[in-house]
Design a protein around this ligand. Structure first.
Ligand SMILES: [Zn+2]
Length: 201
């Protein structure tokens, strides 16, 4: 009967609109931490769809205080059981050092030692000289990915049973890989291919 179909659709719509009130988690019980870079299409990279995950993006895809805040909320209160970190090649966070960026801001008249990092929470102050570290530039995407996974695993604000993994998005191939596992390094030379040879006498 048509009214049954209509009622079913209405129930689905209600469950979607009232998810947080009804305690319904996102479809995959997943929280994603990813860089804000426009070349990283998070849903496409992970093969997920609308409604599947809580997605947090910032410069670098790094475990900042606000990332921890969001990860804590989704895992402690919204039933999220898995975390995936995505960092990417050619990330802007590797293009300059924190000290260099601080210097540029100073030259623009900004006092980086006195500025409020959270305007709505003036209590949150950085000690003098920490601003450059707070920007969180990095020098190696594989290393930073592993570090972010460890930082999340070690956080007392995230339950121990949450499963946490990290991947690298290659902007040059537009595909995902594990940290330190570059397929491109295994395909270009005989040595890399470990070519079989006759034993030398
Ligand atoms: Zn980036």
């Amino acid at each position: 009967m048509l009214h049954q179909q209509i009622d079913e659709k209405l129930a689905q719509k209600e469950a979607w609109a009232l998810r947080r009130q009804l305690g319904i988690p996102n479809n995959k019980r997943l929280w994603v931490l990813a860089c804000m870079d426009e070349r990283l299409p998070v849903e496409k990279a992970l093969g997920i769809a609308e409604g599947d995950a809580h997605i947090f993006r910032n410069a670098g895809g790094l475990v900042t205080d606000d990332a921890i805040r969001s990860a804590m909320l989704t895992t402690q209160f919204f039933n999220t059981k898995e975390i995936i970190v995505i960092n990417h090649t050619e990330c802007g966070m590797m293009s300059a050092s924190g000290d260099f960026l601080s210097e540029v801001l100073r030259s623009r008249g900004i006092d980086v030692d006195a500025v409020a990092v959270d305007p709505a929470l003036p209590e949150l102050k950085l000690p003098k000289g920490v601003f450059s570290k707070w920007i969180k530039t990095f020098t190696d995407v594989d290393e930073i990915c592993k570090q972010q996974v460890e930082l999340l695993r070690q956080s007392p604000l995230i339950p121990d049973d949450v499963v946490i993994h990290g991947y690298i998005w290659e902007v040059e191939t537009m595909s995902l890989r594990r940290p330190y596992e570059r397929l491109s390094e295994k395909v270009n030379t005989a040595e890399a291919m470990q070519t079989k040879k006759t034993k030398s006498p």
